[in-house]
Design a protein around this ligand. Structure first.
Ligand SMILES: [Zn+2]
Ligand SMILES: [Zn+2]
Length: 133
């Protein structure tokens, strides 16, 4: 699968037993539908997390294409924050620009998301040290 932003091939990383697609070039993360729930270890009904996502038309950000179906993704506001995510209109998944997944997990923090946050920080710092070479 290629990154929707820079079109470079993404690598698969395992976070808390969930496979995520990570772009080593721009540090963006693609989560297939349902994977965010897995990262949160949510045992509530599926639509609990979905309610946090509200479609927005106010974003001026460039929209990207879904790496799976190539349809233009929808700008989605996360909860009551200023975070704007890209979501496939056919529910293939959600794209997080660099650092956005960290913010989402910080907002709805629980013990398992703290573990993921630590992993993400490792990941991003690893990426930075590679760029420095
Ligand atoms: Zn990228
Ligand atoms: Zn799609």
């Amino acid at each position: 699968m290629n990154c929707p932003v820079c079109k470079e091939p993404m690598i698969i990383l395992e976070l808390n037993k969930v496979e995520i697609d990570f772009c080593p070039n721009c540090s963006g993360i693609w989560l297939d539908e349902g994977e965010l729930e897995l990262l949160y270890s949510i045992d509530k009904p599926d639509n609990e997390l979905q309610k946090l996502f509200q479609q927005t038309t106010s974003s001026k950000e460039k929209s990207y294409k879904c790496p799976i179906c190539r349809k233009r993704m929808i700008k989605t506001q996360f909860s009551n924050t200023d975070l704007i995510l890209d979501r496939c209109p056919q529910n293939h998944g959600i794209w997080f620009d660099k650092g956005e997944l960290e913010k989402v997990l910080t907002i709805k923090s629980n013990s398992s998301s703290e573990k993921i946050l630590a992993l993400l920080k490792d990941m991003f710092s690893y990426n930075k040290s590679q760029e420095a070479e």
